[in-house]
Design a protein around this ligand. Structure first.
Ligand SMILES: [Zn+2]
Length: 277
């Protein structure tokens, strides 16, 4: 992905201090472990890469809000979001590990955890383990309405998380269905989600608006890697005015009801807004 890099812990501290000074209020961490295994051990290792990064950044840039991705797919050798037996992905076993992962993130200083898998019951399990350990104030941002989308391609390459077999269609939603999204969001709110997310953003602005209108919850939209890369590619070819299209895209997402936007454009958008101030 243009302008997007994997970083070591010392580089991420420098990067975070830079983005904070540009006016970006929050970042989300995705981890790439040194080694992947069947059960995604790196995800819930107290000395895992995300745990180390959170600790280091919190120390140097305490005001930056640190959100952590909670999933196993970057950590498993097979690239699935949970534990696999045969050709089956096991829900409950996976949920236990995700809860452990979220707890280790809170313990090192994460301000918010964001479960990006789509297993049943994971928000409730994460809420329970956080509360049991005294982390009542750590909010959960759930990837509540996550569509099976072609727009994730560039991220999967960047995060080395393309499934080695099968795909994630069994637990991501059908792009043609918007009622299901409302049911998924409602379920996550019932389980204790504090912020609900719609992903991807621009092809699903109607879903975003429905979610915002129906539930009146803090609502996030994830402007995913494919949305970003298309603008970058067309900009590079001189087919569009990249900055203008970036701002129009982000404005559209905001207009559709997003309170938070997760975007690879964050730094560029912050710089653009700063220039015009
Ligand atoms: Zn995943």
């Amino acid at each position: 992905m243009p302008g997007v890099y994997q970083m070591s812990v010392d580089n991420i501290v420098r990067e975070c201090s830079g983005v904070k000074s540009m006016g970006v209020p929050a970042v989300i961490f995705f981890g790439i472990p040194e080694e992947k295994d069947e059960v995604g051990s790196g995800a819930y290792d107290e000395l895992g890469v995300v745990q180390q990064a959170v600790r280091a950044v919190k120390k140097e840039v305490p005001e930056l809000v640190l959100i952590t991705d909670v999933c196993l797919c970057e950590y498993t050798s097979h690239g699935h979001c949970g534990i696999v037996r045969g050709n089956e992905i096991l829900n409950d076993e996976s949920v236990d590990l995700l809860a452990r992962e979220a707890l280790t993130h809170a313990q090192v200083g994460a301000d918010m955890v964001a479960p990006s898998d789509m297993f049943d019951g994971r928000v409730a399990a994460i809420r329970a383990i956080l509360d049991e350990n005294g982390f009542y104030n750590i909010p959960i941002m759930s990837y509540a309405a996550k569509y099976a989308s072609g727009f994730y391609g560039p991220f999967r390459e960047a995060a080395e998380s393309t499934p080695k077999f099968g795909d994630r269609r069994s637990h991501q939603m059908d792009p043609a269905n918007s009622d299901e999204a409302l049911r998924e969001v409602e379920q996550d709110i019932r389980e204790g989600a504090d912020i609900v997310m719609v992903k991807p953003a621009t092809p699903y602005l109607d879903v975003l608006r429905r979610v915002k209108d129906r539930f009146r919850m803090p609502t996030a939209a994830y402007n995913v890697s494919g949305e970003y890369s298309m603008v970058k590619a067309a900009g590079r070819l001189g087919w569009i005015d990249e900055k203008r299209v970036m701002m129009e895209m982000l404005t559209g997402i905001k207009r559709a009801g997003a309170d938070l936007i997760l975007t690879y454009f964050a730094k560029e958008a912050a710089a653009y807004l700063d220039e015009r101030r």
